[in-house]
Ligand binder design. Structure first.
Ligand code: S3P
Length: 177
């Protein structure tokens, strides 16, 4: 691939497809892929759920910010899947805007987000009432995703490859403009 990659950041709600799309996009572009949740788990030596339960959300958010800043600070080409809550911090939003070559907001309707996230796993914020909690988080975060993103791509009802195709096309168009 000869086109410029730089630092591509995927943002969006839990279940929007950041990890699935990001890892496939990185293979297609032949570059590194970083998922900030995975970096946090590696740094802490415990799962996201354990971090929330044993150390609290504040500690998780601090590790998340460190993982994000680390991912953004390297010089090589990279696709970064920034976990859903990364945009809550103004400092994180500024770092994303400063460092990213392109920021893509993966979006989906609430039913789709609920179906993709399911129960348990690494999303303790959704425990109890997945649909209700997603709706509240989505409403409060949309302005933050919008503030940071260059493009919004609706992934509702679409395959991973279809979304990756659109991301690659938008990146190529953006590169030429
Ligand atoms: C969170 C999103 C999750 C994970 C944690 C909190 C959020 O990551 O970091 O459960 O606040 O939106 P994904 O966006 O990868 O699901």
């Amino acid at each position: 691939m000869t086109e410029m990659v730089g630092v591509i950041v995927l943002i969006g709600m839990m279940g929007s497809g950041k990890t699935a799309v990001g890892s496939r996009l990185a293979s297609r572009l032949g570059c590194r892929f970083v998922d900030t949740d995975e970096s946090v788990v590696a740094a802490a030596g415990k799962s996201v759920r354990q971090l929330f339960e044993e150390d609290g959300e504040e500690v998780f958010r601090r590790l998340e910010s460190e993982a994000l800043h680390d991912a953004l600070s390297r010089d090589d080409d990279v696709v970064v899947a920034a976990a859903g809550g990364s945009v809550l911090s103004a400092d994180n939003r500024a770092a994303i805007r400063d460092r990213a070559t392109c920021v893509i907001w993966l979006d989906a309707d609430l039913v789709t987000l609920g179906e993709r996230t399911g129960r348990g796993g690494h999303r303790p914020l959704l425990d109890g009432d997945v649909g209700g909690r997603i709706a509240v988080l989505d409403r409060s975060r949309r302005p933050l995703y919008e503030e940071v993103a260059r493009f919004r791509i609706d992934t509702t009802g679409r395959s991973i490859d279809d979304v990756v195709d659109e991301v690659a096309r938008r990146l190529a168009e953006d590169d030429q403009s």
